[in-house]
Design a protein around this ligand. Sequence first.
Ligand SMILES: [Zn+2]
Ligand SMILES: [Zn+2]
Length: 328
Amino acid sequence: MRKMVLRSPRTPLELEETGSAAGLGPEDVRIRARACGVCRTDLHVVDGELDHPKLPLVPGHEIVGVVTEAGTSVHSLSVGDRVGVPWLGWTCGECEFCRSGRENLCMRARFTGYDIDGGYAEETVADARYCFRIPARFDDVSAAPLLCAGLIGYRSYRLTGEGKRLGLYGFGASAHIVAQVAHHFGREVYAFTKPGDRTGQEFARSMGADWAGGSDERPPHELDAAILFAPVGALVPAALAVTVRGGTVVCAGIHMSDVPSFPYRLLWEERAVRSVANLTRRDGEEFLPLAAEIPLRTTTTTFPLPHANDALARLREGRVDGAIVLVP
Ligand SMILES: [Zn+2]
Ligand SMILES: [Zn+2]
């Protein structure tokens, strides 16, 4: 099988041909991958912005595929089932976070495409207990971005509270999904792109944003909450400055440039800044059926698996509407 391998950070992925993916543990399933989304986190791993990835590593944590073999203890899935493999690959089940419904914060969590080989490959192995069933409504490519951009976006969305006006900073894979969720629940969406990015603003409006502008612009109304998808720390004070008293600014990314110092009055009046980390299985069990019910539509650009480096370059440059998906 073919796979794209990161040998060391800040070097291009290498195409390798090997036998089957790693051996199968009792809880594991072997999966023939049909699509794998390219997430900004993959870029942070490849660019060396996240510490201690497994090396060599097959990146990718938005995997859609079909089970071809199941370990001896697997009862939830069978050969032939179509599944999704997300970022959360394994948790200990024992720490205080696991035991209080916060397995996303597990002290010993292992992540797909970071601690465990992921989906930039024709075949992968995953712990069946962390896989999701993919609603039949979605084809493989459309479903892939739901597994991280959608899921973590949804978790971020839930943490924004009840306010009507929602700002989204960075209108990429996650925001184009969250905008639809927000509309479904009757909210208004204010999309912020890089200053002057007319194409990005056009795309946001085509996805139903009620307003789109540059991150240096003031929206026509104060926001009740904002989610930052762009990994730019300076957006924290920028978003606070246009958020109403009592509002929340949620940082959705795993990595961000430093947040510059800012006057306390931007935080005063019970504004809150918080981050979102990872996902729980419960998030997926809630989000994927909702995605089918709304139904969400994902905008995707596909690349053949061996062109993963081009796909990453495209994401790094920010020249993409919606999500990028690799197809083996
Ligand atoms: Zn744990
Ligand atoms: Zn991701």
